[in-house]
Design a protein around this ligand. Structure first.
Ligand SMILES: [Zn+2]
Length: 739
């Protein structure tokens, strides 16, 4: 009886909550981003509505309610309005150009009272009531770099963001295109897992059967614990954008093992993002893969509680199926098979024939069915061509189009005895010398030491290291054409290794030493260590990482920088482990007389440029301080250029009509470290300090000048700092007449 009663109550409640919201703006009904999409270090907690590059479109109260909270800031939400609706939910409108005049007046009073441009103000219920359809503000581009749009959220009674399309707002929006998967990844979940012959995450292309069905053509060979991740987007009729999806479910042998749906979240779960989307694939390749297994750290409301943390490949053939859906319930199925089987590694012999072609003879296989092959260059570049080949006598290959440009063959074979592992061979004279760089790949499961060869050596090598005084040697695996990779070290194992080097097995011995210094970090423990003879100080605040791990400093994995750093750049890891919170990094530079204009930077290898990090200066101790939120190459750049003030209005000695001069029109730009908009803009009008803000997207000064100018002559002085303490000042006067 009680059960029936509670069902009745729940039904009544949910009926009472059935909304009848109106669309929040007249700008458009085009949505450019969904709820639950990936943003740097957080989830997108609303939807973005397109305003087609224009500011000032009306926004409406989507239901009756009252103005509950007003925010003004230079970054993040910019000008933001919160309306408490009659059903208890909160509608949030952000990046506004301005509020309606009544709300604008309150915001301005609060700013003046608090003597701060930035405010976050809660209003009492009933102070400013609104009715459904009232204009409450205007769309804009404040707070961010992304340009004009309306970021719109709905939050529940306790301020938790809910999917706006789980309300009647979904009815304003049409979409019958099913999600489109792009590739699938298999991820090792133990230090003994082998996926297609390697210890690494492997990606596979999918085969399209029809708009709603995709599959993996090859059965994947996996031994041990693993996880699956899927790169998938949604599309919407008539729109060019790529969207996040609404839900995913993984079934292994028809049993559901993982479910996620983007219904609601909490702001204290932002740190879940990089343990839900796969951080290794994201940090290495900027690819967005939804993991189809749960992390053991923290709680994520999106993920169903009883989801598995990993899958296991035991004997026999297993089927997997992923069901992906968008918010309109358009569905796509992705299916395939995996089995616990090792790849075969046949012996081979290869040589050049008189006609210039190359012949490869395999031993220990009966018949080659299929050849999967590419021809590459031996340099560390990834251009490839298709080889022209013949299978001869069932067990030999003859490759015809080998030349000096395309001389490395990558191949694997499907044979009567099974699939072979992937191999690389040089069909050319081997290089005389070996050069390259070390790179550590450090993910949640452990640490792999990689050596990236400048030129494909065609040789095998061992990783050698000392542990507890004993010399160890383990074979390296060629994990890609120019990359030799070690076994996976556990965190504790790697902590104890010393004197790491790679040794090639030539006619003579070639060895390369790795320089690495490391420190252990443990959750909930503060720790600090100096590196490079005291030049680098790393402070691990509590909870920088979800789990115990290693922080290390090593040489960068690239050699050629634009040569601007005043210290020799170093790499600080972990590389593919997500940071839960930032890591403190201090640089002690006693040889530099003056650190005033120095900025700590990370290097963007893709665009070959230094990216300034927020840097604090301790000039007494000659220390630069910053924080990093990901593994990075770090350097220090001297910023010598002053910020620029592009003064359009007021012009010096010009005359303006009072009614025309609502704001100054001044653009502030900086070439490198950026305008210090938080506390580096100082404006005086007639000797009085004026509250200022900054529009990041337009790079424009925001100043409330109306109440501070008078008929006749006015003077102004504007000083602007960049983030490296360089400054520029302009001053002058202008005249105001009434009519
Ligand atoms: Zn948004």
């Amino acid at each position: 009886m009680q059960y029936i009663l509670s069902i009745i109550i729940i039904t009544t409640l949910s009926l009472a909550q059935e909304q009848n919201y109106i669309w929040p703006t007249d700008a458009s009904k085009t949505v450019t981003a969904f709820f639950g999409e990936m943003r740097p270090h957080r989830y997108h907690t609303g939807i973005d509505i397109r305003t087609f590059g224009v500011n000032g479109k009306e926004i409406y109260a989507i239901d009756d309610g009252y103005v509950y909270r007003i925010g003004v800031s230079n970054n993040k939400y910019g000008n933001v309005l919160y309306i408490k609706l009659q059903d208890g939910n909160i509608a949030v409108y952000s990046h506004l150009s301005k509020f309606n005049p009544i709300i604008q007046r309150v915001a301005h009073q609060v700013q003046n009272k608090q003597q701060s441009y930035t405010i976050d103000y809660y209003l009492e219920a009933g102070l400013i009531n609104v009715e459904k359809g009232d204009i409450v503000g205007y769309t804009g581009d404040t707070g961010g770099l992304s340009g004009p749009h309306l970021h719109f959220e709905i939050r529940d009674q306790i301020n938790q963001p809910i999917n706006p399309f789980n309300t009647n707002l979904k009815d304003f929006f049409f979409d019958n295109i099913a999600p489109i998967p792009q590739s699938i990844a298999f991820i090792p979940k133990s230090d003994t897992t082998i996926i297609e012959g390697t210890y690494f995450t492997k990606k596979f292309n999918l085969n399209k059967i029809d708009d709603n069905n995709y599959n993996l053509l090859d059965t994947i060979n996996i031994i041990g614990d693993f996880g699956i991740a899927l790169k998938i987007i949604d599309q919407v009729n008539g729109q060019p954008f790529k969207y996040g999806i609404y839900s995913l479910e993984l079934l292994i042998d028809s049993i559901s093992t993982y479910k996620i749906n983007f219904d609601m979240t909490s702001f204290n779960q932002s740190n879940q993002l990089y343990i839900e989307r796969d951080y290794e694939l994201f940090s290495r390749e900027k690819d967005e893969y939804y993991r189809l297994f749960k992390s053991k750290f923290g709680k994520n409301y999106f993920i169903e509680d009883n989801s598995s943390q990993k899958n296991n490949s035991s004997s026999g053939l297993h089927a997997f199926k992923v069901i992906a859906a968008d918010i309109n319930n358009n569905k796509t199925q992705i299916s395939g098979y995996f089995r616990a089987k090792e790849l075969i590694k046949p012996e081979k012999n290869y040589y050049q024939l008189n006609n210039g072609s190359w012949k490869i003879d395999f031993k220990g296989i009966q018949k080659i069915y299929k050849v999967n092959a590419n021809l590459f260059n031996k340099e560390n570049i990834n251009e490839k061509i298709e080889p022209l080949y013949d299978i001869v006598n069932d067990t030999s290959l003859v490759v015809h189009n080998v030349n000096n440009t395309y001389d490395v063959l990558e191949f694997d074979l499907n044979t009567l005895n099974g699939k072979t592992s992937k191999e690389y061979i040089l069909l050319n004279t081997p290089p005389q010398d070996i050069n390259g760089n070390f790179f550590i790949n450090h993910n949640e499961e452990g640490i792999i030491v990689n050596f990236i060869e400048d030129v494909f050596s065609n040789k095998s090598a061992n990783l050698k290291y000392r542990k507890n005084g004993i010399l160890h040697s383990t074979p390296m695996i060629r994990s890609a054409k120019n990359i030799l990779s070690s076994k996976l070290f556990s965190f504790n194992d790697f902590l104890l290794t010393q004197d790491i080097y790679i040794e090639y097995d030539f006619d003579y011995i070639v060895s390369k030493k790795m320089n690495i210094e490391k420190m252990a970090t443990y959750p909930n423990l503060f720790s600090q260590k100096t590196f490079k003879n005291g030049q680098i100080i790393i402070s691990h605040q509590k909870e920088t990482f979800f789990d115990s791990t290693i922080v290390y400093i090593t040489q960068p994995f690239i050699k050629n920088f634009n040569n601007e750093s005043i210290i020799s750049p170093f790499y600080i890891g972990p590389s593919s482990t997500p940071f839960n919170k930032p890591l403190g990094l201090s640089l002690f530079l006693p040889s530099q007389k003056n650190l005033t204009n120095m900025v700590v930077c990370s290097y963007d290898d893709k665009n070959k440029e230094w990216i300034p990090l927020e840097t604090a200066l301790d000039s007494i101790n000659n220390i630069l301080e910053t924080q990093i939120r990901a593994g990075a190459i770090v350097g220090v750049i001297k910023d010598t250029k002053n910020p620029k003030i592009h003064n359009i209005v007021p012009r010096n000695n010009a005359t303006y009509l009072m009614e025309d001069l609502n704001n100054f029109n001044i653009k502030l730009t900086d070439d490198f470290s950026g305008v210090n908009y938080q506390d580096g803009i100082k404006l005086f009008i007639n000797g009085k300090s004026i509250l200022t803000g900054f529009n990041l997207y337009q790079e424009k000064l925001i100043a409330y000048i109306k109440e501070n100018i008078t008929i006749g002559k006015n003077t102004y002085e504007l000083t602007v700092y960049d983030n490296a303490n360089n400054k520029s000042t302009i001053k002058g006067s202008f005249f105001i007449k009434e009519k």
